[in-house]
Design a protein around this ligand. Structure first.
Ligand code: PLP
Length: 398
């Protein structure tokens, strides 16, 4: 991965390659995991419940159900919401494929609403245009950690009797008008993949205040099986359990939950670090007309999963691909979030065509994600800034 020659044949800004995102694991995390490995339960034990309670408390939700991944959690939420054949679910194309795939898992149809060209979040006006009598739910994604316009999303949902499942994979610790993300929509998903705010290796969770969803999620996570005496249809004796619908094995292990518990204790300090680095990026990059910095709204608080800049291509002699490669040659691990979901070959095969969301397709051409994670040092941030300035001055028009 490491480059020894920069774009102009000179020395790169950095000697070592800086990834765009990375987990932060310390001795306390490791010890917490070891303790569970030495205990009686390494899966479906008390550690899972402890982790679920910790996350529910943190986001001000009544219930939380942990899953083997954020994607599995989204699948669970679509099941609990009753999404089935021919139901339409509205989401954004500027997201990871899982936000739409979870609808396909339930044989529903993802419908893509366009984004706001400034925040890159789903646009309520476009949602309204896409609602039909088949629409069953909306999956807003809090892109980069900045909450989508939830008041307007909830208003549309109320008007048309739709369920709101928030994809908050980027937004653990974010706030919308002083309410924690995780306490607002019908169900909210968080992911614990290593690049997200905290990690369990792989893992995800749904938070909700709705007891019916909570019970369905618990059962869906374990094959559709229940041992709950009150809900049994039959009862053959003390060994008896019942599979009442088709579920999956989507359980998280206690080993993962232990890591999650230890990581949650550091979440606020992780977010602080991210905010501090964003402030430096904002301050040091604001005078470069060749790039457009992330638009921050006043009534929300982002926990900053990603820092996404947009190239002002009219001022550059290079396209996004060339700019991206130049930063890579400086050993800066950049990324692009995301290829609009419906442009993926599989979605094209399903019949989705380019042109569905013009704003999404337009910004996709110019966006680049800069490295941002709590394990970075201020020197790392400075290197990213130096590399950006170097590449901009090399490719600047005039
Ligand atoms: C990471 C992510 C997911 C999926 O989470 P996994 O835990 O990787 O399955 C879903 N949606 C978005 C927006 C994500 O960034």
């Amino acid at each position: 991965m490491k480059n020894t020659l920069a774009i102009n044949g000179g020395k790169p800004v950095r000697d070592s390659y800086l990834p765009y995102g990375k987990q932060f694991i310390d001795a306390e995390d490791i010890q917490t995991v070891i303790n569970v490995l030495k205990s009686d339960f390494i899966t479906t034990g008390p550690t899972i419940e402890q982790f679920e309670k910790q996350v529910a408390d943190y986001v001000d939700a009544k219930y939380a159900v942990a899953f083997s991944s954020g994607t599995a959690a989204l699948h669970g939420a679509c099941f609990a919401a009753g999404i089935s054949t021919n139901d339409e679910v509205i989401t954004t194309p500027i997201t990871f494929v899982a936000s739409a795939n979870c609808v396909l898992y339930q044989n529903g149809k993802p419908v893509f609403a366009d984004i706001d060209p400034e925040t890159y979040n789903i646009c309520p006006k476009s949602i309204r245009e896409k609602v039909t009598n088949k629409t069953k739910a909306i999956i807003p994604v809090h892109f980069t950690g900045q909450p989508a316009k939830l008041d307007e999303v909830l208003k549309i949902a109320q008007e048309y009797n739709l369920i709101v499942i928030e994809d908050a994979a980027h937004a653990l610790g974010s706030k919308y008008k002083n309410k924690k993300i995780g306490s607002i929509g019908d169900m909210t998903m968080f992911s614990f993949h290593p690049v997200k705010h905290i990690t369990t290796g792989e893992g995800g969770i749904i938070t909700t205040d709705n007891e019916e969803y909570y019970q369905k999620l618990l059962q869906f996570r374990t094959h559709g099986i229940t041992r709950n005496l009150e809900n049994l249809i039959d009862n053959h004796g003390p060994w008896y359990y019942e599979m009442q619908f088709l579920g999956y094995n989507y359980r998280m292990t206690d080993i993962q939950a232990a890591l999650g518990i230890s990581q949650m204790r550091k979440l606020d300090s992780f977010i602080c670090k991210r905010k501090k680095y964003v402030k430096i990026y904002n301050e040091k990059l604001k005078e470069l007309p060749q790039i457009i910095l992330p638009k921050q709204l006043n009534d929300v608080c982002s926990s900053w999963h990603l820092y996404v800049i947009r190239l002002n291509s009219t001022l550059l002699k290079v396209d996004r691909k060339g700019f991206f490669q130049a930063l890579q040659k400086e050993n800066i691990g950049v990324n692009v979030h995301y290829v609009p979901v419906y442009m993926q070959p599989f979605y094209r095969q399903l019949g989705y065509m380019p042109g569905i969301c013009p704003n999404a397709e337009k910004i996709y051409k110019d966006i680049i994600t800069l490295p941002l994670y709590p394990g970075m040092t201020e020197k790392d941030i400075q290197d990213v800034i130096s590399a950006l300035k170097k590449v901009i001055s090399y490719y600047s028009k005039s």
